[in-house]
Write a protein that binds this ligand. Structure first.
Ligand code: NAP
Length: 316
């Protein structure tokens, strides 16, 4: 009977799919040319014997160059859904990372739809450290994406990192032994991009059976202007002072120095974040809440260590 034949066929497909996945799952990693994706790939390379790691780039010449380096690389432009199906073919687990743009809404929606059609089993999403009822736009966008992923029926894990330590040389460059802070005297939560990469790689490797339906929070340490000034002074071996500026100074300073180039929607969200952190509405960003050691078995990098390792980048 056709019904039986179909059922039998589906079961066989499931069995074969399950066995293949169990033996060597294929993991699709987005954003490997960026901060977090680069570290995710670095950590996943440790599991190359037991995982197929497929990476994406959005220009054909980049894909070619990566293939010449021996990588399983595919073309994927988040603004071009016609690239999704081929990139997702045979993929079991996905690391979904979007850039600093409101376009993450359409990009993620269309990408999750394609992942569903491609029978992807697990989406690990890079989000932010926001409380559920937060009103800052950028965090709201990530929450909408997470809600959509959850509704897709695909097993999910949401990663919620606090401020990357890599933001320090971008927004707090030291000029004439002083550096600016645009959110007042409050203490912010921090995590190193390398530790985010390590957590994401662990979750991808261990898969949905262990990590499906989980939210993980990454905020290893808190520090504001005073603590950063102390660390900078120790590492650079001379007194470094913090200039406390207002959130509204942020846009003007960044435009003047050319340090921060981002689309207007995202820039407005960043300003709103600074305002809400300063006035206490987003005070939860100033907390330590860190799943890193539970997931990786390692202690996350401290700010002191990170600044020590990267102090060359701090000087403007
Ligand atoms: N900064 C923070 O403190 C912080 C904290 C928590 C969460 N986050 C989240 O982290 C994410 C950004 O991660 P990141 O810092 O690693 O970003 P990043 O360094 O800017 O890298 C972005 C990556 O995404 C790729 N990409 C961007 N737009 C694309 C598109 N349309 N199609 C295909 N690929 C595209 C880029 O490729 P190209 O090289 O081709 O551009 C690059 O590989 C954001 O979602 C942000 O909300 C940031």
């Amino acid at each position: 009977m056709p019904t039986l034949a179909k059922t039998h066929g589906e079961t066989q497909t499931e069995e074969v799919r399950g066995m293949t996945s169990f033996q060597k799952p294929t993991i699709l990693v987005l954003g490997v040319s960026g901060q977090i994706g680069g570290f995710v790939l670095q950590h996943l390379d440790k599991y190359r014997q037991v995982l197929n790691v497929r990476i994406t780039a959005r220009r054909p010449e980049q894909v070619l160059a990566l293939r010449q380096q021996g990588r399983d690389a595919v073309l994927l432009g988040l603004d071009d859904p016609t690239t999704f199906a081929a990139a997702l073919h045979g993929v079991d687990r996905v690391f979904l990372l979007t850039g600093y743009t409101v376009a993450m809404l359409a990009q993620s929606k269309t990408f999750v739809d394609a992942a569903r059609k491609a029978r992807v089993q697990h989406i690990v999403h890079l989000g932010v450290f926001g409380r559920w009822d937060c009103t800052d736009p950028h965090i709201v966008w990530h929450q909408l994406v997470e809600t959509y992923i959850e509704a897709s029926g695909i097993s999910w894990t949401h990663i919620h990192p606090n401020m990357f330590m890599e933001q320090i040389p971008k927004f707090m460059k030291i000029r004439n032994d002083r550096f600016p802070i645009f959110w007042g005297p409050g203490r912010m939560g921090w995590i190193a991009a390398q530790d985010v990469g390590s957590v994401v790689a662990t979750v991808l490797w261990e898969g949905p059976a262990k990590h499906g339906g989980q939210n993980y929070w990454l905020s290893a340490e808190i520090a504001g202007g005073e603590e950063l000034a102390t660390i900078f002074s120790e590492v650079l071996r001379r007194p470094i002072r913090c200039d406390y500026r207002k959130p509204d100074d942020f846009a003007a300073t960044m435009a003047l120095t050319g340090d921060y180039r981002v689309e207007p929607w995202y820039a407005a969200g960043a300003l709103e974040f600074l305002k809400q952190f300063s006035d206490g509405r987003m005070g939860d960003f100033g907390t330590v809440r860190d799943d890193t050691p539970y997931l990786t078995g390692t202690t996350p990098r401290s700010l002191q260590q990170w600044v020590h390792d990267n102090h060359g980048a701090l000087l403007g």
